[in-house]
Design a protein around this ligand. Structure first.
Ligand SMILES: [Mg+2]
Ligand SMILES: [Zn+2]
Length: 187
């Protein structure tokens, strides 16, 4: 376990591939019916909540720009997600998502915009007290550029994304799941 994680008060989570099962490359999750929790995700979030840390979701939702679903669909899905977590004694403190296509904004990860929004809303937060848990190079790169600690979720080799090896090198730690990352590094 890394000693630096003791000082973490803000845990940023990517959504797809960390909280829920990632859709196949090029596919998007638009509705609650397509949202399937990864094992132990709810209890990992509850553990983070109980430890007094803030849990913040930062998610690229390019499917909005592509017209596959709307911002309202994302918000409705997040409301259902929050409701489901509530039944497990867990909650997300804030959601941020990028609705844009590639190279049109500074908020699509690895851009810093979603984190900057969070730092505005949580003024006591800082990169040094923050940790990003993600399954993509873009998650780890975003964190690295901002000086935020990071854990890469290295899931199933079959659905592993391009750039996973580079991400593993860049991250402070690698874990098999959100559940495992919280058990090993944050409990
Ligand atoms: Mg992901
Ligand atoms: Zn954006």
């Amino acid at each position: 376990m890394k000693a630096c994680f003791h000082s973490i008060q803000y845990v940023f989570l990517d959504r797809d591939g960390v909280i829920n099962r990632k859709p196949p490359e090029g596919a998007y999750i638009s509705h609650w019916s397509g949202f399937h929790f990864l094992p132990g995700a709810e209890s990992a979030i509850a553990t983070l909540n109980r430890s007094g840390r803030r849990v913040i979701v930062v998610s690229n939702q390019r499917g909005i720009a592509l017209g596959y679903y709307t911002a309202a669909d994302v918000q409705a899905l997040h409301a259902r997600l929050q409701e489901h977590l509530g039944a497990h004694g867990a909650k997300i403190d804030a959601f941020y998502y990028c609705p844009h296509d590639k190279e049109q904004c500074d908020c699509r990860k690895p851009g810093p915009g979603l984190f900057r929004q969070a730092f505005r809303d949580f003024p006591e937060a800082s990169p040094a007290s923050s940790l990003m848990i993600g399954d993509s190079l873009s998650d780890i790169e975003a964190a690295s550029r901002l000086g935020i600690h990071s854990i890469l979720i290295h899931g199933d080799p079959e659905t592993r994304k391009p750039g996973a090896d580079e991400a593993a090198t860049l991250a402070d730690a690698v874990s098999g799941s959100l559940f495992q990352a919280v058990e090993e590094c944050l409990s």
